[in-house]
Design a protein around this ligand. Structure first.
Ligand code: PLP
Length: 374
């Protein structure tokens, strides 16, 4: 086999995270898991296949091609595109049986036209902006828009009403509570306007799954927690989670260098003593961010070793220490466990000044995904 730096995707852990959420939210409520952005870097098809077996009810995608990829892979679960579409994307979405988010009349007309042309009835979910400030109609407009669909769009079914929380993961619950109160009133007004109860009212991302049980409604919509991470250090860890990904590579070169030897581009690191330097075939093109230059660390034969000098596009250097006995081919863990030590995705996020979401999304396609089930 040709060697690549690889991400071990722990499908068993992801499944257990899903099961833990199911236990918390109960069997009667639907669960949509966000598999957008290649399942936050973990592999959308593989995660969705497992989720289908694990009793997940819906999948959430960010783009029409993401949804089509799942259909082409034989995934049968309902799929919701979580954000608005351009008119020219409607036909592709509905012919792949993807439910869509809508929030304004022009877009809704385009959806109606596409469904009429296809001779089918498409499902739409009305997106309401209750305080995220991204997409969605105003709470005041929602009932009239829902009624507009009911009256003018015989090929559309208002299947859902939904909103999104920007700070449900933060310690202070007051903003989310106010948003939720607004959303509940919107759902009631929409139901009244169209004279029936909309099948799916939903608003709970991971932060709300963990901290706002009152907001679970008909369906929850977790993303990051599926992959084993709490959305924020302040979020209550009310459901146990296990990490969905480890990343490992191997030493590709080991050499003894003497004190004063410069390492990598820019000569930003010089050996402070005689030492052994190891090279790994992982760089910023793999998602091993350049901000790790002289700041990150890896695990080699059960020791924590610092990244030295600049991370290159395809390779990085590690100080193995003056007494190292490591050999070319030895395993190097970039994220995960080795010999009782571990480097978490949260540690990466902290060093890089970002969030775990971005860390796993940025693991590039060049890093082969290897799936374990148990
Ligand atoms: C509309 C919507 N719902 C749910 C999620 C899942 O959020 P999280 O990963 O924080 O659980 C996202 C992700 O950004 C989203 O955009």
């Amino acid at each position: 086999m040709l060697y690549q730096t690889h991400a071990q995707v722990h499908l068993g852990n992801i499944r257990r995270n899903i099961e833990a959420i199911r236990t918390a939210v109960g069997a009667d409520r639907k669960m949509l898991i966000a598999v957008k952005a290649n399942a936050y870097g973990h592999g959308a098809v593989e995660v969705s296949r497992m989720a289908q077996k694990a009793g997940v009810d819906w999948l959430g995608v960010a783009t029409v091609p993401e949804g089509m990829e799942l259909r082409q892979a034989g995934i049968r679960l309902p799929i919701l595109k979580l954000s608005p579409l351009f008119p020219e994307e409607m036909e592709a979405a509905f012919s792949s049986d993807i439910a869509i988010a809508v929030c304004e009349r022009g877009n809704i007309r385009a959806a109606q036209d596409a469904c009429k042309a296809l001779g089918l009835r498409g499902n739409v979910h009305l997106k309401v902006d209750t305080g995220m400030g991204r997409v969605g109609c105003t709470p005041e407009d929602a009932p009239a828009i829902a009624l507009f669909i009911e009256k003018n769009c015989p090929n559309l079914n208002v299947q859902g009403v939904f909103t999104h929380f920007p700070v449900s993961d933060e310690g202070d619950p007051s903003y989310t509570r106010a948003q939720f109160a607004r959303f509940k009133a919107v759902v009631e007004a929409v139901n009244e306007a169209i004279g029936r109860r909309v099948e799916l009212a939903h608003c709970s991302n991971s932060g709300a799954v963990l901290a706002h049980p009152e907001a679970w409604l008909d369906m929850v919509r977790p993303g990051i927690m599926i992959y084993g991470h709490y959305p924020d250090a302040e979020t209550p860890q009310s459901i146990p989670l296990q990490p969905g990904m480890s990343i490992a590579t191997r030493l590709s070169c080991v050499k003894k260098v003497s004190k004063g030897t410069d390492i990598s581009y820019g000569r930003t690191w010089s050996a402070p003593r005689d030492t052994w330097v190891g090279t790994i075939p992982a760089g910023y093109a793999d998602g091993f961010n350049r901000l790790f230059s002289s700041r990150g660390r890896v695990l080699v034969n059960g020791r924590s070793c610092p990244i030295i000098g600049r991370v290159c596009m395809d390779q990085s250097m590690v100080d193995l220490g003056p007494d190292a006995q490591d050999k070319v081919g030895d395993q190097v863990v970039l994220m995960g466990e080795q010999g009782g030590l571990s480097i978490s995705c949260e540690e990466w996020a902290k060093v890089l000044g970002t969030i775990t979401y971005e860390v796993t999304c940025q693991i590039s396609p060049r890093v082969s995904r290897v799936y374990d089930e148990d």
